[in-house]
Unconditional design. Structure first.
Length: 583
């Protein structure tokens, strides 16, 4: 196609003059010279303020080419195999269909002659072309071929090998090893883009499964089928990056990787454990810039926030945060410390590990291998004249006893416990061997928390819920008539999940004069909890219902993360929720 004809078609689809097109093309050349890598048509669509799919659809219509919606167009394996993985990824093309002995290939740039010649040569059969947005083709390539498929194809050109190197300099000297580096980098990059908090490499007999944890839920990532062949090389590469001993495969190891992605510092904690089919590797991604949340952004009810602000400025006492792993306890504690951090207070923390660095606060990392445990560190912290002490976790009676005695000698202590609700923390401390009178006199408050996924704002729609179902799950009956309910319908922004991001729900139990005698008498946690509710405590589920009414999350999310009440029995988690979308 002559350049002048192509120029006219693109300008027409973008709704601009050919002169404007020439200006944009010049700007695009400048951007690509600077390493942008953006394609011309995507650049023009963006500059023209037109959605790329709308622009490509108009261009296809002007050229008389088919437009393929890849979200609604499944591609069978026999069609995908007509084009090599290398050509598909290198030129961003996807085989779509075969009809009458002709292969239809979707492309995003109909004016790339080199790409078309490469596709025709690789296919070795008659080829016709159709148009789709570049972003949609890239998503489809990852879906059908798997993340890093083109890199593994390069690896497949040689025999799989195990890395036995100690530095990146040595690794890059071998092409195959360089491909391993590239593949691991792609996995981390995809996890970062998907807002993952964890990456799990899980070996099985016939596959190496890779899963991302996004908003607290595990999702399996599409991977090339030949990935298992390179399991040893990939795991060795991760061990090299994290400073582990790559020769040791029989014992668990821990390591750490520091990377920078788009100017953002990412701290990756790496853990390996030996399994039947090889070492399982877990990577936890910690983004330093995202932890500094102020109290008013954590999602507390106004009453609870006011109580917390009163507690964290007390001169002494213990404030415990409870919940399972990954429920945001550390985030809350860091927010508390940030709120009271000043030149007039000496704040010291002991953690395992130090997840985020706070300016102006002295932070100690636990190192059990040399004897620096929570208990030992806490003992020495008390000789450092602190005003406030934060203990990452109370795991044993010795640490608990030192923390409590520290609170009784004029220190404010923050820490965490693993219990299901706030009231159970009293029972847990007493089970650790702490005398009830010490617990009653030192603990000022306990906060239980969970994280619920929030509804994606891009696909949020109203829904209607059956009245009987709301009554069965314990939704406040006086608010049923006025409440509105929402859910996410699913869109590209949220990976069709309907959720994007997370927010905390909380249960704050303050130790009052009515509660202290119950602790002394070893009253069951359920009874203490009931008394606290009578005194105004909001339970996790009650706080969850508030966030449902505010349109922040869904009923299903609150039921998923909160404890099952006795009167609900097996109803919670029942798939027959009676929920439907309003017409």
């Amino acid at each position: 196609m002559a350049f002048s004809s192509a120029k006219n078609l693109v300008a027409s689809a973008a709704g601009v003059s050919t002169d404007q097109f020439e200006d944009w093309r010049g700007a695009w050349r400048t951007a690509t010279a600077g390493g942008s890598g953006e394609r011309l048509l995507g650049f023009i669509a963006r500059e023209g303020g037109v959605a790329e799919d709308v622009f490509i659809r108009k261009l296809a219509e002007a050229m008389g080419w088919p437009y393929v919606d890849l979200q609604k167009h499944p591609v069978p394996a026999e069609v995908r195999n007509k084009i090599s993985t290398k050509v598909a990824f290198q030129h961003c093309v996807l085989p779509a269909a075969i009809a009458d002995g002709t292969l239809q290939v979707t492309v995003s740039d109909p004016f790339d002659a080199a790409m078309m010649n490469a596709v025709r040569f690789d296919a070795n059969m008659p080829v016709t072309f159709a148009l789709s947005p570049q972003a949609e083709i890239e998503k489809a390539l990852k879906k059908y071929y798997g993340v890093g498929a083109e890199t593994l194809e390069e690896l497949g050109e040689g025999e799989p090998m195990e890395l036995e190197v100690a530095s990146d300099k040595e690794i890059t000297e071998d092409d195959q090893e360089a491909s391993v580096i590239k593949f691991v980098n792609q996995i981390i990059w995809e996890a970062y883009k998907d807002r993952s908090t964890d990456i799990h490499f899980e070996p099985a007999e016939d596959e190496l499964r890779i899963r991302y944890r996004i908003d607290g839920i595990l999702h399996q990532t599409p991977m090339p089928p030949q990935l298992k062949r390179f399991q040893a090389a990939l795991i060795s590469r991760i061990k090299v990056m994290s400073g582990m001993n790559i020769a040791e495969k029989r014992l668990p190891q821990d390591g750490r990787i520091n990377v920078r992605i788009k100017g953002e510092e990412i701290d990756i904690r790496v853990s390996t454990v030996p399994t039947v089919y090889g070492e399982s590797v877990s990577l936890r991604l910690l983004t330093r810039g995202k932890i500094f949340l102020s109290l008013d952004k954590l999602g507390f009810a106004a009453k609870d926030e006011a109580l917390i602000r009163d507690i964290i400025v007390k001169p002494h006492g213990i404030f415990l945060v409870t919940g399972p792993t990954g429920s945001g306890k550390s985030t809350s504690l860091y927010a508390f410390l940030s709120a009271i951090n000043s030149v007039h207070k000496r704040i010291i923390t002991i953690e395992e590990p130090v997840e985020y660095e706070l300016k102006g606060i002295n932070q100690i990392a636990v190192r059990p291998e040399i004897g620096l445990t929570f208990a030992m560190g806490l003992r020495h912290i008390l000789r450092q004249d602190p005003n406030v002490v934060m203990v990452g976790e109370i795991r044993d009676g010795e640490t608990a006893e030192i923390a409590i005695r520290a609170s009784l000698t004029g220190h404010l202590v923050f820490s965490t416990l693993h219990t299901n609700d706030a009231a159970s923390a009293f029972t847990r401390l007493i089970d650790m061997g702490i005398e009830p009178f010490l617990v009653a006199s030192s603990v000022e408050a306990i906060m239980a928390q969970r994280l619920v996924r929030t509804i994606c704002p891009g696909c949020k729609v109203e829904q209607r819920v059956e009245l009987d179902y709301l009554k069965k799950i314990g939704f406040p009956e006086e608010e049923i008539e006025s409440a509105k309910f929402w859910r996410g319908a699913g869109c590209e922004e949220c990976r069709q999940l309907g959720y994007q991001g997370r927010k905390g729900i909380y249960e704050l139990l303050t130790v009052t004069e009515a509660i202290r005698p119950m602790i002394l008498n070893r009253t069951p946690a359920t009874t203490i909890s009931q008394r606290a509710i009578e005194n105004g405590m909001r339970t996790l589920r009650t706080d969850g219902w508030t966030k449902v009414k505010n349109g922040e999350t869904t009923i299903e999310e609150v039921l998923r993360v909160t404890q099952v009440e006795e009167h609900m029995g097996a109803l919670v988690g029942d798939e027959k929720t009676g929920i439907w979308i309003k017409d």
